[in-house]
Design a protein around this ligand. Structure first.
Ligand code: SAM
Length: 283
């Protein structure tokens, strides 16, 4: 695997210009003005008005100068606001016909950038709602010349449901999704039968869904729902969890889990050939 300097504020090739746009100590902007005029939009699809349980908690986090600069400079070129208004032409988006893998919840994007650098013939579309992470991943892609990375802003469910064509994805990565450990929050977990119904329609036969978690009860849930789903089969002949494949770097959340002594489980399941369409469970 290529060695990338994926420190959150990886130095850019040119010295940073004095901050022009929004940053950590920016005075409060007038009401109604966007946080980043040329960057990602706040809740582009209005998902907060959807009556649906979401897998993430909206949070307003501090954006560093470098991240703000990347969002302002690069969003129009490499960013996608998930407005739910159109189906995206992925070939046009990446400028080539290479296979596209979707990563849901890339966090700060270090692992995403490393995997993209190690496999330049695979396009990586990362989606997250976390603004600092979006800026960080854009910065990493820019700094390391990763032309195969694009960053989507918003809810992955709307991206899958409204903006990705059937059979358009060659793979799906979900690394350390929020574990929602409290029982009353389990319904917020991303990996559920209804999610797999939707993902299966966007994945082409043979595409691999790769999940990893350091929360063992969630790992068991993932295994149960993937094993039970007719559109997926375990790539591991013996069944069960897979060891971490060498191509997946240790992610930031994983590192924190390992520090606490958590056990990490990977799951790699393949999308099987198409079957007759079944009645969909509503999301
Ligand atoms: C626990 S973090 C893991 C980040 C990273 N994969 C890692 O391992 O360091 C989970 C991430 O998933 C994102 N997320 C959760 N549900 C999402 C959704 N429906 N759409 C987009 N991002 C989502 C959160 O914003 C968060 O950044």
């Amino acid at each position: 695997m290529s060695e990338l300097n994926t420190s959150p504020e990886a130095p850019r090739s040119a010295p940073e210009a004095p901050r022009q746009g929004p940053g950590p100590d920016v005075p409060a902007r007038p009401k109604g003005e966007p946080r980043f005029p040329d960057g990602p939009q706040a809740d582009p699809a209005g998902s907060h008005f959807e009556r649906r349980i979401r897998s993430f908690q909206p949070r307003r986090s501090r954006v560093t100068t470098g991240q703000a600069d990347a969002l302002q400079r690069l969003w129009s070129r490499w960013g996608l606001d998930i407005d739910g208004q159109r189906v995206v032409d992925l070939g046009e988006m990446f400028g080539n016909g290479n296979p596209v893998v979707l990563e849901i919840g890339f966090g700060m994007g270090e692992a995403t950038a490393q995997m993209a650098a190690a496999d330049p013939d695979t396009n990586v579309l990362g989606v997250d709602v976390h603004t600092p992470g979006q800026g960080n991943l854009l910065n990493l892609a820019d700094h390391h010349g990763l032309s195969n990375v694009r960053v989507a802003n918003g809810d992955a469910i709307i991206l899958l449901r409204e903006m990705l064509a059937p059979d358009s994805l060659a793979g799906l990565r979900v690394y350390f999704p929020d574990p929602w450990p409290k029982k009353r929050h389990h319904k917020r977990r991303l990996i559920q039968p209804e999610f797999l119904d939707l993902a299966a329609t966007r994945l082409r036969p043979g595409a691999v869904v790769h999940c990893a978690t350091d929360w063992e009860p969630y790992a068991e849930q993932m295994l149960d729902v993937l094993d039970a789903h007719p559109d997926f089969e375990n790539t591991r002949a013996e069944g069960g969890f897979s060891p971490r494949p060498a191509f997946r770097p240790v992610t930031r959340f994983e590192g924190q889990g390992l520090d606490k002594g958590h056990v990490v489980n990977d799951l790699l399941f393949r999308r099987v050939q198409h079957r007759e369409p079944q009645e969909q469970r509503p999301l």
